[in-house]
Design a protein around this ligand. Sequence first.
Ligand code: F0G
Length: 449
Amino acid sequence: MTQTTNSASNDDLFVASGSASVQRCASCHVTIAELDAAPACPTCGGLLEIIHAPPTDAHGQLLRGDLLKSQFATNCCARPLGSPSGVWRFQSLVMPNAGLSIVSHPEGNTPLLTRMAIDKFAGVVGLQIKHEGHNPTGSFKDRGMTAGVTQAVRIGASAVACASTGNTSAALASYAAHAGIPGLVFVPAGQIALGKLAQTLGYGARTLMVRGDFDACLRLVQDASRELGIYLLNSINPWRVEGQKTIVLELLQQMGWDVPDFLVLPAGNLGNTAAFGKALREALALGLIDRAPRLVAVQAAGAAPFAKGFADHFAHRYTVTADTIATAIRIGDPASWDRAVRAIRETNGMVLSCTDDEILDAKIAIDAAGVGCEPASAASVAGVKKLVASGTIQPHHRVVAVLTGHVLKDPGILVDVHQRADFAKANRPIEIDNDVRAVAKILAGAARA
Ligand code: F0G
């Protein structure tokens, strides 16, 4: 049974020191206990967010600024005291009371890269690439899922479920298997990337191919979780957001807490945009940083309701019928709209859209640099290029672009591009005779090129 109380104000970023974390409705501010399994506010149906007590040391001493940074640094990979996970070393800001329930692969600890070839493409010197495709199942979803499945263990969930365009389903299936909890995924029939389907089946989740798009899958899984008591693990789950905050915390830590000017990410259901906003809000309040980067959410032009909303100063909430090659962000009715609006407003951020051709051009450049990413991820670099062209990003600006997923997602697009007769840089596979002279001929051609 759900017990609710009214919290003092929406501006409280933390509960009283020493208290347990709570879940608070972002709309009506009612709070419920941290172990309540409700998928949404029991009073008004609004989205829940997690509010923690401020971090302390072992003696209950409040930790801020440099002291907190040094706690994170000590936690970092320093076994046996620290955590090998790039999520759980920030545990005091993710799920302080997880105790022994933590379900971790580990995850995170993803690299921050620079490549001159990508700089040249985007028009930025020293563009920092935060590559979340290096997570265990190949996307940033592992960071939210380690927190979400840990919470499922804490509340004794009988099963966990999500709707997905691919990455969330693979992450849920993997972490549910790790925890020994049955997993159920709802994917749009015929629209899920083969590799992601393979992972999901392999990790043993029940896979339901729904005749409908992602937005239909999300509505169905919400109904199922309400009526059947399955624990919902889409990014509307507030613990998923807590885990995903660590993308920002980890990249700030990697940059020595020296804040970039722009932080650019692809946006679909807007869970990540919301998570980035919450991470920055808390980092500011705890003195980890003294200013926020401008958050830039980039959508695909064929799935850009949030960019449309930004253009009219978020006067309306839009939905569209989504259509883009970037399957991960083929979403027309984003669930985390309100909290993402807050993230963009608080950081003086922006929302843009890029065409499929612009996204594909960025992907080809990222792949050719030897870095590689899935099509949706390339939207961030396409967005950077666009902001450079418009003069918003200038040569002195320091920019981080997040690549959210691995190059092996949606590989068909890339193979098609490289077979296209009209693509000048096409890297076609060449069939040869089983003869070393044939290899020599190709080598001589490559040397001349
Ligand atoms: N990039 C990738 C690789 C994704 O998989 C997703 C979302 C996004 C960006 C967008 O993030 O929804 O938080 O704005 N993929 C979900 C899925 C929908 O089912 O895997 P968002």
